[in-house]
Write a protein that binds this ligand. Structure first.
Ligand code: NAI
Length: 341
């Protein structure tokens, strides 16, 4: 109900109509779905994306508890319109019309488990969700978080290929947490603000496949060989550090949500047409002989529009690269055969 003074103002043209409120002066808004939104990562990620002014519509899908998370997040007084979807029968409605789909669905690690131990459960979940994407939003950019990323990204690619909708530029495995950790640990060693540090992390997202390129750190700096060993080991095992500290209560969720929100924001700025957006991600690639590899990519209107070369590696990094490729190759094959077998 309008107050009489509102009506007077409206007649003078100074009150926006309710239906106009969402438009915000024509600023672009993107439709984003989070699959697994009620989980440890999903809840914090939903919160952070509800705060992102580039998001106009936020769909929260899970097989449990999404109505509660949706009610809660929807009370935040930010622009995005939030809608909840519960269970498989609502998957298609959750996905229809989305520009960006973020997938943190699946089980996390417990102490003593490797990311590969999650394969049996998470492979099937990722397959089902990606089949939904082929039906409802085949042109959306996909940010895949569910582990083991080194295998789930090849699974997603095979599902998309089978449906004839695969666009290699639109499928990105999220390795941003490795970069976030690397920036933090390197900044600690250098004694500077982590926001000033940029560490490229290439390869994949598990153990030795996580390859920080410490010779390419910005700002330019040098490390002793002890520092290089310490940093490489800590970056590769950062996930396990959290899994052990949580002692059975899961893996990284808060720092992961932070990393995923930053990565999603970069993808949205790319979709908007901003220039010079570069992030590391695990993508279909020709940077090595492997079909997938994490490296710096330039994000644009079409997704990962350009895969940037690895640049110069030192001897230590070249040795790390060989180890990484060996393990990666197996993980990629495992993902591909899950669909093609
Ligand atoms: P969680 O168990 O707290 O949440 C997972 C959520 O997925 C739950 O709410 C669950 O109901 C939901 N889910 C299960 N099956 C589903 C389905 N078929 N459709 C939709 N939702 C479904 O786990 P958490 O800690 O949030 O981790 C999620 C995933 O992210 C795990 O696979 C974990 O290994 C991975 N992860 C990846 C990282 C990366 O850097 N890429 C870092 C940390 C975790």
């Amino acid at each position: 109900h309008l107050h009489p003074s509102d009506i007077q103002q409206m007649e003078r043209g100074s009150v926006v109509r309710r239906s106009d409120c969402r438009a915000k002066g024509g600023a672009p808004g993107f439709k984003v779905a989070i699959l697994g939104a009620a989980g440890g990562i999903g809840q914090s990620l939903s919160l952070l994306l509800k705060m992102n002014p580039l998001v106009s519509v936020l769909h929260l899908y899970d097989v449990v508890n999404s109505p509660g998370v949706t009610a809660d997040i929807s009370h935040m007084d930010t622009t995005a319109v939030v809608r909840g979807f519960l269970g498989q029968p609502q998957l298609d409605s959750a996905l229809t019309g989305m520009d960006l789909v973020i997938i943190p669905a699946g089980v996390p690690r417990k102490p003593g488990m490797s990311r590969d131990d999650l394969f049996n459960i998470n492979a099937g979940i990722v397959k089902t969700l990606c089949e939904g994407i082929t039906r409802c939003c085949p042109h959306a950019v996909v940010n895949l978080i569910s582990n083991p990323v080194n295998s789930t990204v090849p699974i997603a690619a095979e599902v998309f290929k089978k449906a004839g909708t695969f666009d290699p530029k639109k499928l990105l495995g999220v390795t941003k947490l490795d970069v976030v950790r690397a920036n933090t640990f390197v900044a600690e060693v250098l004694g500077i603000d982590p926001r000033e540090v940029e560490v490229p992390v290439v390869g994949g997202h598990a153990g030795v496949t996580i390859l920080p390129l410490l010779s390419q750190v910005k700002p330019p700096c040098s490390f002793t060989s002890e520092e290089i060993h310490y940093l490489t080991d800590r970056i590769q095992n950062g996930g396990t550090e959290v899994v052990e500290a949580k002692a059975g209560a899961g893996s990284a969720t808060l720092s992961m949500a932070f990393a995923a929100a930053k990565f999603a924001d970069a993808c949205l700025r790319g979709l908007r047409g901003d220039a010079g957006i570069v992030e590391c991600a695990f993508v279909a690639s020709q940077v090595t002989e492997l079909p997938f590899f994490a490296s710096k990519v330039r994000l644009g209107r079409g997704g990962a529009e350009e895969i940037l070369p690895l640049g110069l590696l030192n001897e230590y990094e070249r040795a790390g690269l060989e180890k990484a490729k060996k393990e990666l190759s197996e993980s990629i094959k495992k993902g591909v055969t899950f669909i093609t077998k």
